[in-house]
Write a protein that binds this ligand. Structure first.
Ligand SMILES: Cc1ncc(COP(=O)(O)O)c(C=O)c1O
Length: 372
């Protein structure tokens, strides 16, 4: 298919040319129900009227000015993100891995001589070298080492191991409330509460990577809210600009105090186009929260027919035991349903927030055939 564009993922032989709501259409005009949403990005579905209108209007006004100047929308997005997260400052980036980079810099500035970060086995925080340095998957991390910061990887939900890992040299504990790429594995509330307690005790920062769980995906604005903890740093990306590249890191005043001007920066980040769309997304996302919970439960119920269901809201997975997921993904795709497989044996579902109960039933009928 492609001779020059490098397929930097296991790419499926299909080309989509348009989308509408929860459906995508390929170059032969065939329709697919999309329960992947561009890996959690297209949370409002495809061609959402508010997103399309904002892009069209803004494209005719102003696209980019650089970090040297403000724009009409950036402060409003930052304010909203701070209100939602209970934090004080927001810094814009362009992707999830850059959000991790920015968070690691904040940790470094805050920690001073304390360098060590505690992260989780099976975690995923991005593919730049900073992101990989805290990613607890040897196959991704090891080929590109060594890394400069000391990182201790502990098994998720093991409270004794967490207590043992903490010490006076720890600058931060970094987690995903539900490990996404690692197989949709939620952290226990009590585990996150202990992590918060230990961070407070050792003056370390509690850092929640919400790139996949954040901004509505789990049925609350942020995944950490389920455990009633308050992180010092929160990262977001994927859905925030309706399909355009934008990420952000939010942090508390005590972290901001130690962060110098130009402590991190980006030519593109937080421009007028992406910020204008982000305002539309954030507004829609809040009104969709009840629906995410309701349709998320319907999705979980439908999936329970196929075994254990992990996750929350509209972030769900069905582990297949030893059975590889790719053939099921391929059969479902042939039948007009897009799903994803992570860790080779875990079917993952990240549908748009506008998914309906009828579409859950439509997916169920195809999955029944694909899995049997
Ligand atoms: C939790 C988490 N953090 C970071 C990233 C990296 O995001 P990006 O691919 O936008 O760099 C991802 C991507 O899947 C993610 O799930």
């Amino acid at each position: 298919m492609n001779t020059h564009a490098l397929p930097n993922a296991r790419r499926q032989a299909i080309t989509f040319t348009s989308g509408d709501g929860c459906y995508l259409f390929d170059d032969a005009g065939k329709r697919y129900l999309d329960l992947v949403s561009g890996l959690g990005v297209n949370a409002l579905g495809h061609n959402h009227p508010r997103v399309t209108k904002a892009i069209q209007e803004q494209a005719g006004r102003l696209l980019h000015t650089s970090a040297l100047y403000g724009n009409e929308y950036q402060e409003a997005v930052a304010q909203k993100l701070c209100e939602l997260s209970g934090l004080d400052k927001a810094l814009f980036v362009n992707s999830g891995t850059e959000a991790t980079e920015a968070a690691l810099k904040l940790v470094r500035w805050y920690g001073g001589p304390r360098l060590r970060v505690i992260a989780l086995q099976s975690s995923f925080h991005g593919r730049t070298r900073g992101g990989l340095s805290v990613t607890g998957q040897a196959s991704l991390r090891d080929p590109l080492g060594p890394y400069s910061l000391p990182v201790t990887f502990v098994p998720a939900n093991d409270e004794a191991a967490l207590r043992e890992a903490f010490g006076t040299d720890v600058a931060a504990f970094l987690f995903e409330p539900i490990q996404g790429e690692g197989g949709v594995r939620p952290l226990n509330d009590s585990y996150l509460q202990l992590a918060q307690e230990l961070c407070r005790k050792y003056n370390a920062l509690l850092v929640s990577d919400e790139c996949q769980t954040g901004l509505g995906r789990t049925g609350k604005v942020f995944g950490y809210e389920w455990a009633a903890v308050q992180p010092d740093i929160v990262t977001v990306a994927k859905p925030i600009a309706g399909g355009l590249p934008l990420g952000a890191v939010m942090f508390s005043a005590k972290v901001a105090e130690k962060f110098p001007l130009s402590g991190h920066g980006s030519t593109f980040a937080g421009g007028p186009l992406v910020c204008r769309v982000a305002l539309e997304f954030l507004d829609e996302m809040q009104t969709l929260l009840p629906r995410i919970n309701e349709v998320g439960s319907a999705l979980a119920e439908m999936l329970s027919e196929f075994g254990e269901v992990r996750g929350r809201g509209l972030m769900r997975a069905v582990p297949l035991g030893e059975r590889p997921g790719d053939p099921i993904v391929a059969t479902a795709r042939e039948a007009g349903l897009l799903i994803n497989c992570t860790q080779t044996t875990v079917l993952r579902f990240l549908p748009p927030y506008i998914l309906t109960r009828e579409q859950v039933a439509e997916a169920g009928a195809i999955l029944r055939r694909a899995i049997s």
